[in-house]
Design a protein around this ligand. Structure first.
Ligand SMILES: O=P(O)(O)OC[C@H]1O[C@H](OP(=O)(O)OP(=O)(O)O)[C@H](O)[C@@H]1O
Ligand SMILES: O=c1cc[nH]c(=O)[nH]1
Ligand SMILES: [Mg+2]
Length: 208
């Protein structure tokens, strides 16, 4: 079964308090989403494969290790874009793909509208980002697209995870680990995470 990692880090906890606050405006919200994503990507990259390399220092030859896989960051549009910059800070050579999915507000089912991925995506370890894992329908579909393109290693990063979404991913994609900044208690009747932080996309882009 896939792993669910929920951060206990004090920096992330403090930033989550600001993100959840309904008074936090779009500029600050966007900045904090990026910071939390960067901190979470530090945890999510912990198990990346390494290879031995020799480096000539000014003094001697040092035996070092570097990451032994090509990387890609794939945000789920729109809200996942808010996390991209944070991941890029730590993985500046990663290629970036985009998957466009929105959740129909009535059926709560994902609707696809865009997909553009690096040509060699199947050779890459893919960090799939979306701030909200609610029912899990969106993430489940996005992971399915990536697997259809031949991607073998996918790591899902979100800011908030709900039990329903985690269960769906663990059942549908047991090979995909989930990294979350917080794990909330449930969904409300509109499929919003409770206590949550509201509509992540609208808060990042200031559309409401
Ligand atoms: O787990 P689920 O129940 O599928 O819900 C989560 C999805 O809903 C939100 O996107 P939204 O549809 O609001 O699109 P947006 O990113 O364009 O705001 C969120 O960013 C996820 O993509
Ligand atoms: O709480 C939620 C659930 C889905 N999408 C959001 O943006 N927020
Ligand atoms: Mg939204």
């Amino acid at each position: 079964m896939s792993k669910l990692f929920v951060s206990e880090h004090p920096l992330i906890q403090s930033k989550m308090a600001m993100l959840r606050d309904a008074e936090t405006g779009a500029k600050e919200f966007r900045e904090i989403i990026g910071e939390v994503a960067m901190l979470l990507s530090y945890e999510a990259t912990r198990d990346l494969p390494l290879k031995e390399v020799q480096v000539q220092t000014p003094v001697d030859v040092a035996q070092c290790r570097t990451i032994d896989t090509k990387l890609a960051i794939v945000p789920i549009l729109r809200a996942g874009i808010g996390m991209t910059e944070g991941l890029l800070r730590l993985m500046p050579t990663a290629k970036i793909g985009h998957i466009g999915l929105y959740r129909d507000p009535n059926t709560l089912l994902p609707v696809e509208y865009y997909c553009k991925l690096p040509a060699d995506v199947e050779e890459r370890t893919v960090f799939l980002t979306d701030p909200m894992l609610a029912t899990g329908g969106t993430a489940e579909a996005a992971i399915g697209f990536l697997k259809d393109k031949g991607v073998k290693k996918i790591i899902f990063l979100c800011i908030l995870a709900a039990p329903e979404g985690v269960k769906k991913i663990q059942e549908a994609h047991p090979d995909v680990d989930i990294y979350a900044a917080a794990y909330d208690k449930c969904l409300n009747d509109h499929g919003y995470i409770v206590p949550g932080l509201g509509d992540a996309g609208d808060r990042i882009f200031g559309t409401k």
